[in-house]
Design a protein around this ligand. Sequence first.
Ligand code: ADP
Ligand code: MG
Ligand code: MG
Length: 348
Amino acid sequence: TKIQVGLLFGGRSGEHEVSIRSAAAIAQALKTEDNAQKYDLTPVYIHKNGIWEGGETAKSVLQQQTPPHSEGSGNLWDFPPEATQIDVWFPILHGPNGEDGTVQGLLTLMQVPFVGSGVLGSAMGMDKLAMKTAFAQAGLPQVTYKGVNRDKIWSSPCVFPKLCDEIEEEIGYPCFVKPANLGSSVGISKAKARSELETALDEAASYDRRIIIEKGITAREVECAVLGNDDPQASVVGEISYNTDFYDYETKYTEGKAELYIPSPLPDKIFKQVQEIAKQAFIAVDAAGLSRVDIFYEEATGEVYLNEINTLPGFTMTSMYPRLWEATGISFPELVDRLIQLGIQRHQ
Ligand code: ADP
Ligand code: MG
Ligand code: MG
């Protein structure tokens, strides 16, 4: 009998639409001859309001690749009937409420295997401060950073200037101010002076309780895909280039604003170093199945700095993660097959 794969997509996050496109690509890959012999697909769509829906609605969202006109109705804790028939879940949810351990906790309670990181790896990989703490503990190279809770930013007018003084002293300009638990560059600003720092802190605080401030560097941006569980493998390294100030939301999602180079024309030694750091980053946060690790290469000094790990990276036909594996010799359908098998193995 075939393995029932529950494809869980959509979700309560700003990356809802990307999730739908990732899920459509995975659904397509499950229909190829080799995969269709092994797997049966059950799509389950999570509406923007958090309601789960299967059946025709989920199928049509996959087909149309756009959210339905009406929001989900019913109770949050009512799951579609087919959810009880799933042998392995494939959550392909980006950002908060899906990439962060919340859904992984639910699936763990359901006692059904699932693709990707568990609760710990997902939560660590979502929170930039937690992730950096784990990376530092593992001795991985990072830029100087500082964490702050938003009560310091929004509290009394005498605390705030002190905080800005501290940041200027410890980090300096330019610096990057980020909400700790987001993605797609949402809420991130680059500050080059005091007034910009003040605005950036206020902006980031509107998205998250936890804020991170980092030393801004001028560097090439490279990405490496990691696949596996306890003994993960690294793909070839890819590189992103763009003409904007940094890799912000618009550059990420506007066609033609950024170019991908696969493989990256990095010096051989750096290329290997990036792959090694990517695997160590994966292990440091206890990731599983898949992750995309983003790294800075500061050409002027020859230094490499680990930026972040993304435990459920974009998985559309044109996304970096599957393209990096394609270039490494693993086709999209084969990648989907491997991820499902890794999910099953991890839960045995
Ligand atoms: P997200 O999880 O939203 O992708 P990142 O931490 O990757 O957040 O930051 C988004 C982008 O901002 C990066 O791809 C890079 O272009 C820029 N950036 C972030 N931190 C730094 C830094 N310390 N120095 C230089 N550029 C940075
Ligand atoms: Mg990210
Ligand atoms: Mg990033």
